[in-house]
Design a protein around this ligand. Structure first.
Ligand code: PRX
Length: 666
């Protein structure tokens, strides 16, 4: 049985939620009387048209009863940007630091107050409006971790445009596909950025992507706005003499960021948005390979982001909060941008990597900024563990109070290292389980209120009612393991997939009518804690990045030498999971190092470096059932190095197993 860790006095002292009983009472109220529960936080925000009572939430999760829908606070009008900037400035936080920006190079850093951020956002908003970008238009963002990224997202929110951020590690193909799917009118990027000593040639990738959008998807992106970032930061590697040699410039569509904002007023009236108007979309991998444009709306997302941040990080006025996630992922959207700003928090925004210029960069920043809450991913913790304790111990990290984790299950060894070494046995750890689709944390511990167990995600957040179902869709009450689902919405859950409501209904609501199906397995233990047991679909989680096996398979079979490909997850000590690929070859093709190399490169190039396979093995044939379905269970065992394949009675041709064992990749 896993050991229980209770919150220490260091955390409980002055906490806004200091006991488990209080958490339980509030959780019960959040389910029994949602409107009353959320009213306190609703009242903190500005509503141009006030919500009407009795109209708090309506939904249908049962696909057999008609269209799936979720609506919160219908009739209310507000603006998220106004609430996270103007409201804070009006409440006296204008001079408060919104972000400490720490660049890739330790000598590059800056800070910005709420008042200044508001001015920049207004200027950029006016610039967008001048160029005819307005409510409902899609704005693609392919940016490094710089303040302009936040400015751009908030400017979109201010004028009602829907931002669609694409992580700047994605390839030009992936960017082209995403921009075309949402028909982005404009793309915002930077000339480039450093990650460690590696130069990211962002504008060049954008040029490729815009070209591919045109030729492959017949979509023209009308304008590309570029931040000249490289000239203002320390070079961390080789650069051409003239930075303009890094990319092409086309006066018809390319515009410098400063030309957009120059001369613009620092006042910009917000677009008042209905509660259910879209705020942003963000693509996440889908198991068919085509990315899904998860759509979040205005009021519910804002409330939920604000509330989760406040309780899960136990946020207080003087705290310095740091989330290391990139803004290109949902964690960056909610917990770098919207949630901290909605709480008038001061955050650190970090452009670099944990390993540059040294492997103690995270800890030196914790010391430098006196960080109180630190939020990162298990894959980073595991990577840092291997550099030894001295990297941590030589920094003063006594400011820390709450540590948090996200993206994948945290193994107990990493949890204990985080708890004991980084948190000096006195900080709480919140292992936050959530998804792009959930908008914010749904299962987590709450620092001073709930006990913790290494590896367990913990308890539901307010408004969240997790239901574990067995294979037949029957609820498992009490202890047990099955599919993690939810029978009712909370304010921050996604509303649809952009332009494809049918797919939304099919992917999330078809398997168990009446329930939102997360795609994850879960176990409830004897203390009511929930453990996430991993994906139950064909998805892989590599270093906290979700991707679909079929997406990678599709790329492998683009090589004409490959006849068929199957990809499975293999446990990996640092990445959590890695990609292990099986390929069968077409007539006349030979399996050799050159092929393996070019397939690996192809995946990096087509999807992004984070998707690069670890192993590619030759397969004379793939194990299939009589109906032609690939038996991935067998492939996973081969990848794991096992020799016993379990029950193979449904296999059409059992002789493939001996062959697969023979060619196993090392
Ligand atoms: O499988 C779960 C895993 O990551 C998936 C969601 O990925 P994405 O939409 O990219 O969002 C990641 C950041 C919120 C989930 O379905 N996952 C995320 N957090 C955890 C987790 N698995 C276990 N424990 C977690 N804390």
């Amino acid at each position: 049985m896993a050991q229980i860790y209770l919150p220490t006095d260091h955390v409980a002292d002055r906490s806004r939620l200091p006991s488990f009983e209080q958490y339980q009472d509030m959780h019960k109220m959040s389910l029994d009387e949602p409107e009353a529960f959320w009213s306190e936080i609703i009242n903190e925000f500005h509503w141009q048209t006030h919500p009407t009572r009795g109209n708090f939430m309506s939904y249908n999760f049962d696909i057999n009863k008609g269209n799936i829908f979720v609506k919160f606070m219908e009739g209310a009008m507000t603006n998220v940007c106004f609430n996270v900037l103007d409201k804070n400035v009006r409440n006296g936080h204008g001079d408060k630091i919104a972000f400490y920006w720490e660049g890739n190079h330790p000598e590059d850093y800056s800070r910005i107050t709420y008042a200044k951020l508001m001015e920049l956002v207004c200027q950029f908003s006016n610039g967008l409006r001048d160029r005819n970008i307005g409510k409902g238009d899609r704005v693609a963002i392919y940016m490094p971790m710089i303040l302009e990224t936040v400015v751009c997202m908030l400017a979109c929110a201010r004028i009602g445009a829907i931002h669609s951020v694409v992580f700047a590690g994605f390839s030009s193909d992936s960017l082209a596909e995403r921009m075309s799917d949402c028909k982005a009118k404009v793309l915002v990027t930077a000339d480039g950025a450093w990650r460690g000593t590696k130069l990211l040639n962002l504008k060049d990738t954008c040029d490729d992507a815009m070209e591919k959008a045109k030729t492959k998807y017949n979509h023209t992106v009308g304008m590309c706005i570029v931040v000249p970032h490289l000239e203002r930061v320390t070079a961390c590697g080789k650069l051409p003499h003239d930075l303009r040699d890094l990319y092409k410039w086309n006066d018809d569509i390319d515009v410098w960021w400063h030309d957009m904002v120059e001369g613009q007023s620092t006042i910009c009236p917000p677009e008042w948005m209905a509660a259910e108007d879209p705020l942003f979309m963000l693509y996440t991998s889908g198991s068919t390979g085509k990315p899904k444009g998860v759509l979040h709306t205005t009021a519910g997302y804002m409330l939920y982001a604000a509330a989760t941040f406040r309780y899960v990080f136990d946020h207080r006025d003087k705290d310095i909060y740091w989330c290391t996630a990139d803004v290109g992922w949902i964690t960056g959207h909610t917990y770098v941008v919207y949630a901290p700003l909605a709480n008038a928090a001061t955050s650190v925004m970090f452009e670099g990597t944990p390993f540059f210029p040294d492997n103690d960069r995270y800890w030196s920043c914790v010391e430098k900024y006196k960080v109180t809450q630190f939020y990162t991913a298990p894959t980073a913790i595991r990577a840092l563990m291997k550099f030894g304790e001295h990297n941590v111990k030589r920094h003063n990290m006594t400011s820390l109070r709450v540590l948090a984790s996200v993206g994948e299950p945290i193994n107990s060894e990493a949890w204990l290292w985080y708890y004991k070494l980084v948190g000096s046995n006195r900080c709480s750890i919140a292992d936050t389980f959530w998804q792009t689709e959930t908008g914010g944390h749904v299962i987590t511990s709450i620092p001073a209120a709930t006990p913790m167990k290494p590896g367990a995600a913990g308890y539901p957040f307010f408004g969240v009612d997790p239901i574990i179902l067995d294979n037949d869709g029957k609820e498992i009450k009490g202890e047990g393991e099955g599919f993690l689902t939810f029978a009712r919405p909370w304010p921050g859950i996604m509303r649809t997939l952009f332009g494809d409501h049918d797919r939304y209904q099919e992917v999330y609501f078809r398997r168990f009518p009446g329930y939102y199906c997360t795609g994850d397995g879960a176990r409830r233990d004897e203390d009511g804690m929930i453990w996430i047991t991993g994906r139950i679909d064909d998805m892989l989680n590599v270093s906290g990045h979700l991707m679909s096996t079929s997406e990678v398979e599709g790329v492998l079979t683009e090589d004409l030498r490959v006849a068929e490909a199957a990809v499975v997850a293999k446990p990996h000590p640092l990445k959590g999971e890695s990609l292990y690929c099986f390929v069968t070859l077409g007539e006349g093709a030979t399996f050799n190092d050159e092929l393996v190399d070019s397939l690996k490169k192809r995946v990096r190039h087509r999807i992004g470096a984070f998707a690069a396979p670890d192993a590619i093995q030759y397969a004379p044939g793939l194990p299939k059932t009589r109906s032609g379905k690939i038996m991935r269970r067998i492939l996973r065992r081969i990848a794991l190095g096992e020799n016993d394949m379990g029950d193979i009675s449904t296999l059409t041709d059992p002789s493939v197993i001996a062959q697969l064992l023979k060619y196993r990749a090392t």
